[in-house]
Design a protein around this ligand. Structure first.
Ligand SMILES: Nc1ncnc2c1ncn2[C@@H]1O[C@H](COP(=O)(O)OP(=O)(O)O)[C@@H](O)[C@H]1O
Ligand SMILES: [Mg+2]
Length: 254
């Protein structure tokens, strides 16, 4: 079983969209997947059409009051389960800080799943800030996937995440953590900027950048408001095709 954290300290770069579609794509490919929504804003939860039920999130698990396995919810799709988020997760940052070994709590919460043959893959959708939850996700994960919007300063942003990962490795909290890859999102082929940013990222980060590029797509932006994945909402479109291709590349890299 592999644990992959989808991370970028910037909001609105396509983390949640990528986490949902890799999870749903891998499930479609026959992997048994758990998507964990670690963002108090619950976008992954609502994007898959699930309600936020108080108490049905990682929050009580982090506080040692429940087991993750008891709180999972099935998605409509076969092979895909969700550990939802709720607003209380925002409070968890503060409460966790007062507990012993707060950075190990997410890893410990997921430990029983690691040895459970019912799961092949756990994807962690992280909040957009370098807080306790995101850092704990990096301590729990084996691999990191970084979605990057094709815009100015993208390279600086990636640099910051790479150095955070280095610090976590060298601090001894998760020595085997590594980058699975960087995914370019919201690519607009009509703009020079998108082309230039993607060229820059490939020049500097080479084959750490996934071959597949996710295009900017209105259909992709609409899908979550219907609680649907792009595979359900516009399966024949370019965005669904790109996320399927990304899923294939993702599963090969894993
Ligand atoms: N490739 C894309 N094309 C158009 N809109 C997108 C694309 N990817 C994501 N979005 C939209 O952009 C917004 C931010 O994306 P999201 O995945 O929630 O980012 P993050 O989780 O990094 O904050 C959402 O409204 C989402 O629906
Ligand atoms: Mg998000």
């Amino acid at each position: 079983m592999r644990i992959v954290a989808v991370v970028n300290q910037k909001g609105g770069v396509g983390k949640t969209t990528t986490a949902i579609h890799l999870a749903a794509g891998a499930a479609e490919a026959g992997r048994r997947v758990l998507l964990v929504d670690l963002d108090p804003q619950s976008n992954a939860t609502s994007g898959l059409g699930l309600e936020h039920t108080p108490g049905k999130s990682l929050y009580p698990v982090l506080l040692g009051q429940a087991r993750a396995l008891d709180l999972l919810q099935p998605a409509r799709q076969a092979n895909l389960q969700i550990l939802a988020s709720e607003l209380d997760l925002a409070g968890a940052e503060i409460e966790l800080a007062g507990l012993e070994n707060p950075l190990l709590r997410v890893r410990e919460a997921l430990e029983p799943l690691r040895h459970d043959p019912a799961f092949d893959l756990v994807i962690l959708d992280c909040p957009p800030s370098v807080g306790l939850l995101m850092t704990s996700a990096l301590v729990a994960a084996e691999k990191v996937l970084v979605p990057v919007q094709c815009e100015y300063f993208a390279l600086e942003g990636v640099g910051k995440i790479l150095s955070l990962i280095e610090r976590i490795k060298q601090g001894g909290l998760n020595p085997h953590l590594s980058i699975l890859g960087i995914v370019l999102t919201m690519y607009d082929a009509r703009t020079r900027l998108s082309q230039q940013v993607s060229e820059d990222l490939r020049t500097h980060l080479k084959d750490q950048v996934f071959q597949t590029i996710v295009p900017r797509s209105v259909r992709l932006a609409e899908a979550p408001s219907h609680g649907k994945t792009i595979y359900e909402y516009d399966n024949a479109g370019a965005a669904a095709a790109s996320y399927r291709q990304l899923t294939t590349e993702f599963l090969i890299r894993l």
